[in-house]
Ligand binder design. Structure first.
Ligand code: NI
Length: 189
């Protein structure tokens, strides 16, 4: 709810190669209207890009804020904002395809914990805990990695990572990267 019906901003998404993506974000200390506006803009940007998660460094803001909605608008309760988050419990293992809005068109199998509990602050600075498994657990881990300057490439073998880096370099030289966003790829983060 908002008294001023201002339209949220859709940010351009920062792509792999920009240093902000590999820089740890600064903790949030001010929980004000500006922060709430930024969070609204991040949700709008995430939905526009067909993502289920987005971290502030992906819009060029080096701060510890991530937004997640693994239901992609289906369930309002699935909208989660985690500020200054940390994982306080990890259990089990899952292997599954993972992508990233900052590395469009590349998807790889990534091993993650199957179930996690996160401790984080909300937009008002209140601490809370949230647990999730499956896709939500994957999203928590992927988005918190972003706040530590880590991309999913970090979890691949050096061989696979170098292969992807070389492919991106080639595509870039050919003028084919970044590609245009493919709608429907809702598991990208
Ligand atoms: Ni990502």
């Amino acid at each position: 709810m908002s008294k001023t019906a201002t339209k949220p901003n859709i940010f351009p998404i920062v792509l792999y190669g920009e240093p902000v993506l590999e820089t740890p974000g600064a903790p949030v200390t001010k929980f004000d209207a500006e922060l709430r506006g930024l969070v609204d803009d991040m949700f709008a940007t995430m939905y526009a890009a067909q993502g289920v998660g987005l971290a502030a460094p992906q819009v060029g803001i080096s701060k510890r804020i991530s937004v997640i909605d693994v239901s992609f608008k289906e369930d309002p309760k699935a909208r989660i904002v985690i500020i200054n988050p940390e994982i306080i419990r990890k259990e089990g293992k899952q292997v599954g395809q993972e992508g990233c809005l900052s590395i469009p068109d590349f998807r790889e199998n990534v091993t993650r914990a199957n179930s996690v509990t996160v401790r984080a602050q909300d937009v008002h600075g209140e601490w809370f805990e949230a647990s999730g498994d499956g896709l939500l657990a994957r999203a928590f881990q992927h988005e918190i990695d972003h706040l530590d300057g880590k991309l999913f490439l970090f979890h691949l073998s050096a061989l696979k990572r170098d292969l992807i880096k070389r492919k991106i370099k080639k595509l870039r030289q050919a003028g084919d990267w970044p590609p245009s966003i493919t709608p429907g790829s809702k598991t990208t983060k």
